[in-house]
Design a binder for this molecule. Structure first.
Ligand code: V47
Ligand code: SF4
Length: 399
């Protein structure tokens, strides 16, 4: 596909800084950018510049296609033995009675409450507590599959796996084999935070290290399974810590090819030990999406998690490299509403999601967890309304 007019005009701009022009040229030629290039983009790439580059890549990979799925969350508990300073869950360990700790039955009741709904995925993640051990999760996954075999289980992160496998005295391979047999299908991207030890020891001192997070994903990929990756950005980390994080992910992806989607998670500052740190701006969020898209050339998908950034920024992100806006969710996640996100009761119907995507001229596609298309909503018009088709992509903002 030829480069978008935005990229062509950038390449012809005589006033553009030579190092930025060299990066734009690499994108034009579909070449990989270096870690130093990535740092240059973070330090001096304007929103308009990185947005034009990221949108070119996004449209090369996906055209206007924008993916979402129908899922629900189960958060087994909001109490956690770990003490991540950014997390509103960790403080609750001191007042355990204020939190929830679901039993197997409670969780099966949640699963059953979706019996009549066309959801394809359950996303299971929450705090780490001793009663949720390998035997518990094996049984939970078994019961979910016995009840609804086709429901995809996207469950737990290396934070839980490191803890439960160690307690059960099994290797990562053996632990995963048991869970796969019970019904585990894929791994979400949580727990990555910032890999660099200088930052990790300040924000997430006692859970698995960045190295362990990466090792666990590597073993998972070697078993032929897929997973996602995240970064928690916009707090005390520097741009070079972000580059370091992205670089470790790109290297592992070169090795295994097992990551599907990268999901930048914006730090929110309510109800946690880092409330004194101001939250970043929308411009920084969009720049971060765009630079992630440009650098992570071996990731197929970039996701904006709308409950965290809100619907409007999620729409804007679709012109800054993002091609996926997660799922319908249906108010079953609390981790962000507790941390102060835009969406206090995150729930969007399929119609809402389709309208949100169509509203900025993109093509909504319902996918399953592994990106197989379930329904193409590109030209879908809901019976009770007119769809606004004012423009085909958001204008790129220059700064
Ligand atoms: O690892 C916790 C983050 C993550 C805060 O794979 C916070 O499809 C911002 O990983 N501000 C868990 N972020 C959620 C997660 C996720 C979400 C959606 C989709 C997928 C996927 C994965 O939530 C944690 C942590 O990085 N988090 N507290 C906070 N105050
Ligand atoms: Fe626990 Fe995860 Fe929160 Fe850390 S981020 S305190 S591991 S729930």
């Amino acid at each position: 596909m030829s480069p978008s007019p935005d990229l062509q005009s950038i390449l012809q701009d005589p006033s553009l800084d030579p190092s930025l022009k060299a990066i734009a040229n690499k994108v034009y030629l579909d070449q990989r950018i270096s870690d130093q290039d990535c740092l240059t983009l973070f330090e001096s790439g304007s929103l308009g510049f990185v947005g034009a580059l990221a949108n070119t890549i996004r449209e090369r990979k996906h055209g206007h296609r924008t993916y979402f799925n129908r899922n629900f969350h189960i958060e087994p508990t909001n109490v956690c033995i770990y003490t991540c300073n950014f997390c509103s869950y960790s403080r609750l360990i001191k007042q355990r009675e204020d939190g929830w700790e679901y039993s197997m039955e409670d969780m099966m009741d949640i699963v059953k409450s979706y019996d009549e709904q066309p959801v394809t995925e359950v996303h299971i993640v929450g705090g780490v507590m001793p009663q949720y051990n390998l035997a518990f999760y094996t049984e939970l996954f078994r019961q979910i599959k016995a009840h609804r075999p086709e429901l995809h289980i996207k469950g737990l992160t290396p934070v839980e796996y490191y803890y439960i496998f160690k307690k059960a005295k099994v290797s990562y391979e053996e632990g995963f084999r048991q869970l796969i047999e019970a019904g585990l299908d894929s791994m979400p991207g949580g727990g990555a935070e910032i890999f660099h030890l200088d930052i990790r020891k300040q924000i997430a001192a006692d859970k698995c290290t960045g190295e362990q997070w990466l090792d666990i994903h590597k073993v998972w990929h070697q078993l032929g399974k897929r997973s996602n990756a995240t970064i928690l950005y916009g707090h005390i980390e520097s741009f070079s810590h972000r580059v370091h994080h992205l670089s470790l992910l790109r290297d592992l992806q070169d090795e295994t090819g097992g990551f599907q989607t990268f999901i930048p998670l914006k730090f929110r500052n309510q109800e946690n030990q880092m409330s004194h740190i101001p939250e970043g701006s929308t411009v920084e969020d969009l720049r971060n999406y765009a630079i992630s898209r440009i650098y992570l050339d071996n990731f197929d998908h970039l996701k904006a998690y709308w409950p965290m950034i809100g619907r409007t920024v999620a729409q804007m992100s679709l012109s800054f490299g993002v091609d996926d806006i997660d799922g319908t969710i249906d108010d079953t996640t609390k981790i962000y509403s507790m941390a102060g996100s835009e969406e206090q009761n995150p729930a969007l119907s399929t119609k809402d999601l389709v309208k949100l995507i169509q509203g900025v001229g993109r093509h909504p596609l319902e996918r399953d967890t592994l990106y197989q298309i379930i329904t193409d909503f590109t030209d879908h018009i809901f019976p009770d309304e007119e769809v606004y088709r004012g423009y085909t992509s958001l204008p790129v903002v220059s700064s």
